[in-house]
Design a protein around this ligand. Structure first.
Ligand code: FRU
Length: 486
């Protein structure tokens, strides 16, 4: 009897251990310090806004599934841009009681109506969201217009405005409004796209409810794929707050071609009516495959911080993750840098990253964690290998003047025929070596050149449990830290 009992206990323990191990194995790709909701599908960050000591991250979210659909605004808040708390869905897809059509809540913006210009605030200010209302039947898009919702309790609950839509030009594709306060003319400005015409439209409003067209910008830069998610913001040059230019960034085609999505930007001037770009040729914000729909925070004093969706539409719906799908980039601070080629975006992880640092990494041989930060100097021909095992590795190197990330043998690449790729960017003017900062988080790799001019963000899905990090050729470890979970 006793023996039977012990044997049963042993079997139960074995089963539960196995399922525990399996659970860990299945969730091994879940990032530890990049935000992803507990379950289900996400895409674009929406309505990034700082209000009353809280950072709000709203995002495209499917509350009921792990693939794109039923788009609603998910919500998370943070006090430090590092530790996020998931909150209930903020604005949900709804059915029109008259037509029976469903309206999804597509991408948009959130901000603080500081002086109650809308008249919708219960007190002196409130949070407002302006989003694209995407009307469809059986997933066939019928119409897109812009709608408004407001919250009088710091984004916890939202009411849709009774007289939506607030902007409608009778088009099937017209979306992704970014709204900000333009101080010099005491007015609201909205930038949004007509995707298939490669056009950004700018509108103005005094009360957020009535909008009039200011100007159009478009048909320049990279027009190989539809334009989405525009943003317009002023950035200081070389850290000098008295010296600035405007940047218009948007999502569209990838520098490697239109089989993938990516982000480009224009540097220029904005006078409250027109945005005039200094350049016609495309400049790209990212050279990896997994940074899309990036927008910057509203209402953030003293710095400009962007978050993007770590994914690519080409394979987003097939990622081999379990119960969740998609994550957000680590927040990055943007500035402009004067270079020989002209003004260029410079990006770095926000300084708060240091609060995540744990034990210092002295020797890569002993590194077993998959969430860490490294600073590495790569000389021509040198590389660092991540997630290495007998036949798998992700290689980040510097060769023929190019910084590259090769994920063609990174592990599970078969879930989509286009996933196995090599990302690369020409580093100009040509150099003998480049310093890079690497953020590695289970299945997400973000590379920042030390000067901030080049970034590569990619996902990888190694299949082996015990993987190694190693330096090859002329490559030196400058610094390294284990990074804690958020
Ligand atoms: C960009 C995008 C947006 C749209 C949203 C829908 O990834 O296509 O243009 O608003 O996703 O989820």
């Amino acid at each position: 009897m006793k023996n039977t009992f012990i044997a049963t206990l042993f079997i139960i323990t074995l089963i539960s251990c196995n399922s525990q191990e399996e659970k860990i194995a299945l969730d091994r790709y879940r990032p530890r310090f990049h935000y992803t909701p507990e379950k289900n599908w996400v895409n674009d960050p929406n309505g990034l806004v700082f209000h009353e000591g809280e950072y709000h991250l709203f995002y495209q979210y499917n509350p009921v599934g792990t693939t794109w659909g039923h788009m609603s605004w998910g919500h998370a808040v943070s006090k430090d841009l590092i530790n996020w708390q998931q909150l209930p869905v903020a604005i949900e897809e709804y059915l029109d009681p008259i037509t029976g059509d469903s309206t999804m809540i597509f991408s948009g913006t959130a901000f603080v109506d500081k002086n109650n210009t809308s008249g919708l605030c219960a007190g002196k200010d409130c949070m407002i969201a302006i989003y694209t209302s995407h009307v469809h039947k059986d997933n066939q898009g019928l119409k897109q217009h812009q709608s408004l919702a407001y919250s009088n309790d710091n984004g916890r609950t939202w009411k849709r405005y009774g007289k939506n839509p607030i902007l409608d030009i009778d088009r099937k594709d017209f979306r992704d409004p970014k709204v900000f306060w333009y101080e010099p003319q005491q007015k609201w400005v909205m930038a949004l796209v007509i995707p298939d015409l490669f056009k950004v439209q700018l509108y103005e409003s005094k009360n957020l409810l009535n909008w009039s067209l200011l100007s159009e910008f478009g048909d320049v830069g990279d027009t190989l794929r539809i334009w989405e998610c525009p943003d317009l913001y002023e950035l200081s040059i070389n850290g000098n707050p008295n010296h600035s230019k405007w940047v218009l960034s948007l999502s569209g085609s990838h520098p490697a071609g239109p089989d993938f999505v990516g982000m480009q930007y224009f540097v220029g001037d904005f006078d409250g009516t027109h945005f005039k770009s200094d350049q016609k040729n495309p400049l790209y914000l990212e050279f990896g495959k997994d940074f899309y729909a990036g927008i910057v925070f509203n209402n953030l004093p003293n710095r400009t911080v962007m978050m993007g969706w770590v994914n690519n539409w080409t394979y987003a719906n097939q990622l081999p993750t379990n119960g969740w799908r998609g994550a957000f980039s680590f927040p990055r601070e943007l500035t402009l840098a004067e270079t020989e080629a002209g003004l260029r975006l410079s990006q770095k992880p926000i300084d708060e990253l240091i609060t995540l640092r744990g034990e210092k990494i002295e020797d890569l041989k002993n590194l077993v964690s998959q969430s860490f930060e490294l600073e590495v100097e790569l000389h021509e021909g040198g590389n660092i290998s991540l997630f290495g095992s007998e036949d798998e590795a992700t290689i980040i190197g510097f060769e023929n003047g190019k910084l590259f990330l090769d994920r063609s043998k990174s592990g599970n690449v078969a879930f989509n025929k286009d996933f196995a790729s090599i990302e690369s960017v020409n580093v100009l003017p040509r150099k003998e070596n480049i310093g890079i900062r690497l953020l590695v988080d289970q299945s997400i790799i973000e590379i920042f050149s030390i000067d901030g001019l080049y970034t590569i963000t990619d996902q990888v899905f190694p299949t082996r449990q015990k993987t190694k990090v190693s330096l090859n050729g002329k490559a030196t470890l400058i610094n390294g830290w284990l990074l804690k979970s958020q």
